[in-house]
Every structure is written in structure tokens, then in C-alpha cells.
Design a protein around this ligand. Structure first.
Ligand SMILES: Cc1ncc(COP(=O)(O)O)c(C=O)c1O
Length: 370
């Protein structure tokens, strides 16, 4: 039992947080449902897995696991600096891009600051902002489920310290166009830090002509975050990266845990970055299967949100219907994601899987009533 005085040890804004809910793990569904064939389409992972070169490098590096990682991550930073034509001083690495987001909160926010973002965006950001004890200000999305830049600009004031944009956005799959990004940046004052979370950047660059690659801009108050968890297929090893002005990177490095990313992640990421054919295969397969998935769902009369990512979000019309579809598909061994924890009760999100996983999904869909 927690005594009354213990409750006072934890600030209200932490006690009021809700624990992050991830996609249901495969083993859990196998255990609960007694099924062997499971297709997980719930966490926007790369269904093809990582580059085999990454696996090989990580396997070899297991023999050095008694040593601490290179805290400067020389090889990985060099590879990223070369790829993006930057200096290593402009790069930060962390335990997933979410880890770096946490460091941004720790390094830059103070009591009284506000953070500004949209409704229907990445749930991990809401948790981090609320957990920092600052005021979270959100604007509604447009009717077509995209960031409403005009509404956001109106909410900027002298207390706004961080603006968060996931581009493309999870869980809607939509993106902010170059024109909208330019508009937003025109109104962002110098005292604001803009986080552009490009976790799905590789997919969007492949699919949308007017998608703004934030690396083409180099604003001094923009931090671009990217990850090896999605297109590079390394979610399990936790490695993400960020680009920003040296001043920001230096201060972020002061609050960062020194040995992130771990040594396996560092070597795996270098190889993943070099294996361009694997990335290209990932992107072309995803594009093909996403189109097929969207057309299938629309053919079943479902309302999909146009996506430039590796998932599609569906408005089921009610929370009851979205929960029912999730449960029904689970009984057939297919895991999708109901979005109630994102306060999008009537929506479900379906990640693109392999061809085989998609066939499993389609055959399960034929057996459920929607
Ligand atoms: C928009 C967005 N940002 C960040 C993340 C977290 O990625 P990472 O695994 O690099 O922490 C996710 C993961 O789903 C995401 O959807």
C-alpha cells in the first residue's frame, strides 16, 4: 500500500500520466489465443526486417559486449555526416528518436514554458511533454486530418518554447506540405525550438513530391529527428538520430546518457545505412502493398486517411466498431492497433506487413463483419 506521504513524493503531473501502450506483442497473442500464426500489423515496423549486413555486424560485435560502447559513436556519426553532408558536431544519437525527444525536454524546458503541437499526433510526445510538467497546448487538425498550421501559428506566444511537428504524422499518416512548413516557419519566433520528427521520412520522400525534407532548410532553431526503427528495420535495438545547430547538440549532449546508443545498435546502424538496396526494396515493397491495402479497405467501404507512410488509419465511425474490428482480427491472429489511447477512439491503424502477412490480413478480413 502506498502511504499518503509517499504520494506527495510523486508530482501530480507524473501521477496523472497514462502509461504508454505499445502494439500487442506477438508472444502475448500466441499465449492468450493459443494461435501459432500471428501477423503483427500494429507498430509500423519494417516487415522485411533489418539489412542482413546489420545482423552480421551485430552478431560479430556480441564478442565485445563486455566493453562499453564508443561514447562518441565515431563510426555511426561519420557515416551520417557523410550521407547528409554535415559535421559530426551537428549530430546527436540516442536510444531511439524518442530517447532524443526526452533529452530535448530535459535540456530546454523550464517551469512556465509551453509546448505546442496538434491533436492526433505522436502519443510519445504528449507523454514526454506532460511528464516534463509544462503546459501542453494543442490545436485541432484540419478536416482532412492534417496539421492546421494557421491555427498553430495563432497559439504561439512568448511562453511557447517547443513546437512539435511529426512529418509525416503518426497516427494519421498525413504530411505537412513544403508550403505549409514555410508558412509555419515564417511565424516561429527565435525563442522557439521546432522539433521536426521525421520518423517516416524515407517513406514520405518516396511518395510525396511536396514533402519538405527539413534537412534542406537548416534553420538554427529546428531539430530534425530520424530513426532506424522504421525503414531501416532496427526497432528492437533502439537507435535514433537528430540534426541541429552545434549549440543545441552540445547542450543536449550534456544531459544525454553517455553510452547510448549501445554498441550493437551503433554497428548495426552503420551497416543498415550502407545497405541502400535493402532500403530501396523496403520502400518499393511498402509503396506497392500500401496502395493495395488502401484500395482493399476502400473497396470494403471503409474510410481511410491518405497515407505517405507504412501504415494506414481507418475511421470506423465509432469506438465500438473500431474495438470490434481489433478483437475480431485478433481472434484470427492478426494484430492491428485501435487508437483509443491516442484519443482517436473511432479509428484503427494498420501497418503494412509482408505480402504473406497482408494475405493473412485479407483472409481474416473476409471472415469478419464490419
Ligand atoms: C512519429 C514517431 N516519432 C517517433 C517514434 C519513435 O521512434 P523510435 O523507435 O526511434 O524511438 C515513432 C514510433 O512509432 C513515431 O511514430
Amino acid at each position: 500500500m502506498v502511504v499518503k506521504s509517499s504520494r506527495q513524493l510523486v508530482p501530480d503531473y507524473i501521477q496523472n500520466l497514462r502509461i504508454y501502450q505499445a502494439g500487442k506483442p506477438i508472444e502475448e497473442v500466441q499465449r492468450e489465443k493459443g494461435l501459432t500464426r500471428i501477423s503483427k500489423l500494429a507498430s509500423n515496423e519494417n516487415p522485411l526486417g533489418p539489412s542482413p549486413y546489420a545482423i552480421k555486424a551485430m552478431t560479430q560485435s556480441l564478442w565485445d559486449i563486455h566493453r562499453y560502447p564508443d561514447m562518441h559513436a565515431y563510426a555511426l556519426k561519420t557515416a551520417l555526416a557523410e550521407l547528409y553532408n554535415l559535421k559530426k558536431e551537428n549530430i546527436i544519437l540516442g536510444n531511439g528518436s524518442e530517447g532524443i525527444m526526452g533529452y530535448i525536454m530535459r535540456a530546454f524546458l523550464q517551469p512556465g514554458d509551453q509546448v505546442l503541437t496538434s491533436e492526433k499526433t505522436f502519443i510519445g510526445f504528449y507523454i514526454l511533454a506532460r511528464g516534463a510538467g509544462v503546459q501542453l497546448v494543442t490545436t485541432a487538425m484540419t478536416e482532412d486530418d492534417r496539421y492546421d498550421v494557421k491555427a498553430m501559428v495563432k497559439k504561439i506566444n512568448h511562453d511557447t518554447k517547443v513546437i512539435y511537428i511529426a512529418n509525416p504524422n503518426n497516427p494519421t499518416g498525413t504530411y505537412m506540405t513544403r508550403q505549409e512548413f514555410d508558412y509555419l516557419m515564417e511565424y516561429v519566433p527565435e525563442h522557439c525550438i521546432v522539433i521536426i520528427d521525421e520518423a517516416y521520412y524515407e517513406f514520405a520522400s518516396e511518395m510525396a513530391d511536396d514533402y519538405p525534407n527539413s534537412m534542406d532548410y537548416r534553420y538554427d532553431n529546428v531539430i530534425t529527428l530520424r530513426t532506424f526503427s522504421k525503414a531501416y528495420g532496427l526497432s528492437g535495438i533502439r537507435v535514433g538520430y537528430g540534426f541541429a545547430h552545434e549549440f543545441f547538440i552540445e547542450n543536449l549532449t550534456k544531459v544525454k546518457l553517455p553510452f547510448e546508443p549501445n554498441s550493437l545498435a551503433q554497428v548495426g546502424a552503420v551497416q543498415a545505412l550502407e545497405d541502400r538496396p535493402h532500403l530501396e526494396r523496403t520502400l518499393s515493397e511498402n509503396k506497392r502493398l500500401l496502395k493495395e491495402l488502401t484500395e482493399y479497405l476502400q473497396g470494403r467501404g471503409l474510410k481511410t486517411i491518405p497515407s505517405v507512410t507504412n501504415f494506414v488509419t481507418v475511421n470506423m465511425g465509432s469506438e465500438e466498431k473500431s474495438q470490434k474490428l481489433f478483437e475480431d482480427l485478433l481472434n484470427h491472429g492478426v494484430i492491428i492497433r485501435p487508437l483509443s489511447s491516442n484519443e482517436m477512439n473511432q479509428y484503427v491503424r494498420i501497418s503494412v506487413g509482408t505480402q504473406k502477412e497482408m494475405e493473412h490480413f485479407y483472409s481474416a478480413m473476409e471472415q469478419v463483419r464490419i
